[in-house]
Write a new protein. Structure first.
Length: 398
C-alpha cells in the first residue's frame, strides 16, 4: 500500500508540475489547445446550414416550347438549383470550364415533338464530377425533378386512356421504394463533413499536445527535474504528464458532441455516453502512440515528423469519403492502425444506427489494442531513452 501511495503521489507531483509548465507556455496553449477549438468553429462556420441551395447551373432551352417551359418551371422550383439561361451549349460549357457554373442542363430541339409522339423527350445534363459532392448532388436533384415530371405525364396519359385516378395511382405505385436517411435526413453537408472533419482536427490537436508535452523536457533539458517531481518513477511521471492533456481533449470531445447533437440538433440514435467513451478511447490510443513514437525515434525532430505523418493524413483513411472495403488491402491494413478510423466507425454505430455499448465490441477492442500494444512496445524504449537524458543532465553533459 505504501508503494502504491508513493506511486500516486508521484503521479500528482508530475501532474502539478505539468500544469504549471503548460500554463506558463503561451505558445503551447495557443497552438495545442486554443487553435484546435478555433479550427472546429471555422469548419462549423464554413459549412453553414449544410444544405446546397441555388447553386449556379447553366440552362439552355433549344426547344422553346410549352413542354420545355414546363421543365424549366419544375427545375426552378427546386431549391438546390440556381438556373442561369444561356443561348447555346457552347457558351454554357465554356462557363462551366471557367468555373462560373457547376453543371449544364440542355433541353434539345424537338423535345416537345418527342414527348407528344410517345417516344419521350430527352434532357441532356453535363456535370463537373471533379467537384464530386456538388456535381453529384446537382445530378441527383435534376434527375429527381425529371422523374417527377415523367410520373406526372404518365398519370395524365393513363387518365386520358380511361384508367381513372385509382387505376393510375395503382399502376404508378407498383414499385415504390421507401428511403430512410439515418442521421442525415436532409442530406446536409454540415452533418456529412463536420462529423468527420472535426473529430479529425481533435485527433491532430491531441497528437500535437501529447508530443509537445513529452518532448518539452528534452528541449528544456529538464528530464531529471521532471522525473524527480514523480519521485523517480517513470510510470508515475508519464501518467502525470499526459493526464492533464488527456482530460482537456476529453472535454473537447464533450464540446464537440454538445455542438453537434445539442446546438446543431443532430440528436444521436444511441447513447451520448457511449459516443463519448468512443472518443475518449481514441484520444487514449493517440497518447499511447505518441509514447511509442517518442521512444523509438532516434531524435526529437524525427519524432515530430513521424507523429505528423501518422496523424495528419488520417482523414482519407477513415472511410468517410470512400468505403474501406473499396480500398487496396495495404491501405485497409494501415487504416486499421489509426484511432480515427475506429472512432468514426464507433460514432456511426452510435449516432446513426443507435448501437448499444454491447454492440461496439470490435470497435472498443481495436481501440484498446491501439492503446495497450504501443505502450508494451514503446515504454521500454521510452524509459531507456529518457533515463539516458536524465543521467546526462545530472552529469552536466551537453
Amino acid at each position: 500500500m505504501t508503494a502504491l501511495r508513493r506511486w500516486f503521489a508521484g503521479v500528482f507531483g508530475s501532474m502539478g508540475r505539468e500544469c504549471r509548465e503548460w500554463a506558463g507556455n503561451a505558445r503551447e496553449v495557443i497552438f495545442c489547445n486554443i487553435m484546435p477549438l478555433v479550427w472546429m468553429l471555422i469548419v462549423w462556420g464554413l459549412l453553414g446550414q449544410g444544405i446546397m441551395t441555388r447553386v449556379p447551373v447553366a440552362l439552355v432551352d433549344e426547344d422553346k416550347s410549352s413542354a420545355s417551359r414546363e421543365v424549366i418551371r419544375a427545375l426552378d422550383a427546386n431549391r438546390a438549383l440556381g438556373l442561369e439561361s444561356y443561348e447555346n451549349s457552347i457558351g454554357a460549357l465554356a462557363a462551366m470550364r471557367q468555373g462560373a457554373v457547376y453543371g449544364v442542363i440542355v433541353i434539345p430541339a424537338g423535345y416537345m415533338r418527342d414527348e407528344l409522339s410517345g417516344a419521350g423527350g430527352t434532357v441532356v445534363i453535363h456535370t463537373d464530377e471533379n467537384r464530386y459532392a456538388v456535381g453529384g448532388t446537382f445530378a441527383i436533384e435534376t434527375a429527381a425533378v425529371m422523374d417527377g415530371l415523367s410520373q406526372e405525364r404518365t398519370a395524365q396519359k393513363l387518365l386520358r386512356a380511361g384508367a381513372g385516378p385509382t387505376g393510375a395511382e395503382r399502376i404508378l405505385s407498383l414499385v415504390h421504394p421507401d428511403f430512410y436517411r439515418l442521421a442525415n435526413m436532409g442530406s446536409s453537408f454540415l452533418i456529412f463533413l463536420s462529423s468527420t472533419l472535426i473529430p479529425g482536427l481533435i485527433i491532430i490537436g491531441a497528437t500535437f499536445a501529447f508530443m509537445t508535452a513529452i518532448l518539452r523536457e528534452i528541449w528544456n533539458r529538464s528530464v531529471a527535474a521532471w522525473l524527480a517531481s514523480a519521485g523517480g518513477s517513470f510510470g508515475a511521471a508519464l501518467v502525470g504528464k499526459l493526464t492533464p492533456h488527456y482530460v482537456y481533449y476529453c472535454l473537447v470531445i464533450l464540446f464537440y458532441i454538445a455542438l453537434f447533437s445539442g446546438y446543431g440538433s443532430f440528436a444521436p440514435a444511441g447513447s451520448v455516453l457511449t459516443w463519448f467513451f468512443c472518443g475518449a478511447a481514441a484520444v487514449a490510443a493517440i497518447a499511447a502512440m505518441c509514447v511509442l513514437i517518442t521512444g523509438i525515434a532516434p531524435t526529437w525532430r524525427l519524432a515530430l515528423v513521424i507523429s505528423v505523418g501518422y496523424a495528419a493524413p488520417a482523414l482519407p483513411f477513415s472511410g468517410f469519403s470512400i468505403p474501406l472495403d473499396s480500398m487496396d488491402a495495404g491501405v485497409r491494413f494501415y487504416a486499421d492502425f489509426l484511432p480515427l478510423t475506429w472512432y468514426i466507425r464507433g460514432q456511426s454505430q452510435v449516432w446513426a444506427l443507435g448501437a448499444g455499448l454491447d454492440e461496439l465490441g470490435t470497435t472498443f477492442l481495436a481501440l484498446a489494442l491501439l492503446f495497450v500494444v504501443p505502450l508494451i512496445i514503446g515504454l521500454p524504449f521510452f524509459r531507456r531513452k529518457y533515463g539516458r537524458f536524465a543521467a546526462s543532465e545530472e552529469a552536466g553533459r551537453p
